[in-house]
Design a protein around this ligand. Sequence first.
Ligand SMILES: [Zn+2]
Length: 291
Amino acid sequence: MSDQIQRFMFDHTNVRGEIVTLSTAYHEVLSRHAYPGAVNELLGELLAAVALLTDTVKLDGTLSIEVRGQGVLSLLMAESNPGGELRAIARIAEDSHLPSEQASFRELVGEGQIVITLDPKDGNRYQGIVALDHETLSGCLEAYFSQSEQLPTRLWLAADGERAGGLLLQRLPEESQNQDVDAWERSVHLAETIKPEEILGLEQREVLYRLYHEETVRVFEPKALRFGCTCSRERMAGALLTLGADELRDILQEQGAIDTQCHFCHTKYHYTAVDIEAMLDDPEAPAPVIH
Ligand SMILES: [Zn+2]
């Protein structure tokens, strides 16, 4: 099954939806880490969610969802960029026991919040925050939509370590275009019958047919998604500079050079003392490229 997101709309109503399935991109994320199974599943759900949200808000830019918890899982983050690329990472709190395979979202993250950041190519960065006070990731994200976007939105997310997927339904404000007052309740009610194994195992059109064969559904061109990382030598240098000159010189004193690695894709970056001094002299200059 290909990695793609598909937009759909119920004719003559103000109800729209998205369906996403990911396998290769999900595998690319997991293959770079050795997270416990329960974390892998949650990361898959978050990847599906970030793809759904990006398409829903029609953002041309970067969108990230960060789950900042106080439980075993201190951070879970997924990000999309305008090229249809996705990346994700999890951070397990130090000194914590690894979660059991059956650990729930609530057991993994504990108390905390979800931070959603929309960073358009043109325009201002927007950040929305919602408390982790629902039992599931989808429940927390639904609360975000009702608070920040004030659009009734429902999400169904699933992942099994191999495949990840999700379904989103949203009721748009245009009541005047809605000729079917029960459309929202009916489409949600039908979506409630979807099983995780159907989201993960069926072709997207088959899921839509199974749920909505009695409705008139307009299906748009699917959009391809893939794994991709936006790290670069320049960006990593920028992150290093935030440590400050003293700290950087201390590390150079100790280690002779600075080696860093991108947490998302594991690309390694090496900076010599000369590179670091040049960056400190002129932080705006592009980092030297090693050929
Ligand atoms: Zn990277």
